[in-house]
Design a binder for this molecule. Structure first.
Ligand SMILES: Nc1ncnc2c1ncn2[C@@H]1O[C@H](COP(=O)(O)OP(=O)(O)OP(=O)(O)O)[C@@H](O)[C@H]1O
Length: 306
């Protein structure tokens, strides 16, 4: 069953801004990156998934449930880390996370225990009895993550979890998110406007733009299908390109460099052979030949510019 499934989902705010225009997507289990520029509609989708907002058109299901009609059941199975600072500065972290566990329905002793475990898991065990107001931004983000995890949800919705962090803090937070997906088997939907940053921890990506679906695909399908061989010759790149095209290969040239498309890894050997033969026939000085993966960000840019 998809984690989140939407059909022609629309959200128009009272101020007439249409945040989601006509979104149809099925988000499958795994660590899923929900990407889009600021204002694309990511937070709106998350709030609709939590039942905090109601759609103005279309339909949304979360773990097969309607988040408006079945709000309590959805919230019991879903953890949410909001984007902006929302923590009570005067509370100590252990108390706050215990309280959030109680709100989610855990009995007192279990709530305390789970709060300690979760704070340990996010790397705040030593500091758990300090006031949240004295925490750094990175520590506050970890408390937000801990309260989302404390009731052991099946699905975590994280809205820009690296917000406000420095590069080392961003990496640490993303590693933590990745481990939650792999070690605990919890599905995660992580929103970000920085595709290059989250692609390394995700199993699939969903890109939205102006409230519509731009693309949804697994990382594997995006990278494998679009592998390239980069071939650099010292001269006559055009002649080599023509020879390869006549052999049925797809080639793009950029000065002395050719990019040859490999559609399927089973045909790799053929492509290498054709390049080697053509280089030999033309008696060209081959500088280098190497396999190059498309950056996932490039693929999304291609779609965006199409
Ligand atoms: N409560 C609201 N009332 C009116 N308009 C809103 C409200 N919340 C969001 N919007 C507008 O809806 C659009 C989508 O916003 P949303 O926050 O969902 O985007 P986002 O992709 O999450 O971007 P960001 O990361 O900047 O929050 C934007 O134009 C935003 O200004």
């Amino acid at each position: 069953m998809p984690l989140i499934e939407t059909t022609a989902l629309q959200k128009r705010y009272d101020n007439k801004v249409t945040a989601l225009a006509d979104l149809t997507v099925a988000i499958e289990p795994g660590v899923v990156g929900l990407v889009g520029v600021n204002g694309a509609g990511k937070s709106t989708l998350i709030k609709l998934a939590l039942g905090l907002l109601e759609p103005t058109g279309g339909r949304i299901r979360v773990l097969g449930l309607d988040p408006v009609a079945d709000g309590d059941r959805v919230r019991a199975r879903v953890g949410y880390m909001p984007e902006h600072d929302c923590l009570p500065p005067d509370m100590i972290a252990a108390e706050f996370v215990t309280h959030m566990a109680r709100v989610s329905g855990l009995p007192k002793a279990m709530a305390r225990e789970r709060a300690s475990e979760t704070l340990r898991h996010v790397g705040l065990y030593e500091e758990r009895y300090r006031r949240i107001g004295g925490y750094s931004t990175g520590m506050k983000q970890r408390v937000k993550l801990a309260q989302a995890l404390v009731h052991d949800p099946e699905l975590l919705l994280l809205d820009e979890p690296t917000n406000g962090l420095d590069p080392a803090g961003r990496r640490a937070m993303l590693d933590l998110v990745h481990r939650i997906g792999t070690d605990f088997g919890i599905s995660v939907v992580v929103c970000s406007h920085l595709l290059g940053e989250i692609e390394r921890i995700c199993t699939s990506l969903v890109a939205i733009d102006a409230g519509r679906l731009l693309r949804s695909a697994t990382l594997d399908s995006m990278t494998q299908a679009r592998d390239l061989l980069m071939v650099e010759v010292d001269e006559d790149a055009e002649a080599l390109a023509a020879a390869l095209v006549s052999q049925g290969l797809e080639v793009r040239t950029d000065n002395r460099v050719l990019y040859v498309r490999i559609e399927d890894s089973s045909t790799d050997g053929d492509v290498y052979d054709k390049i080697r033969d053509a280089v030999a026939d033309l008696d060209l000085p081959l500088h280098r030949i190497e396999r190059q993966r498309h950056q996932v960000a490039d693929l999304f840019r291609e779609v965006a510019n199409a």
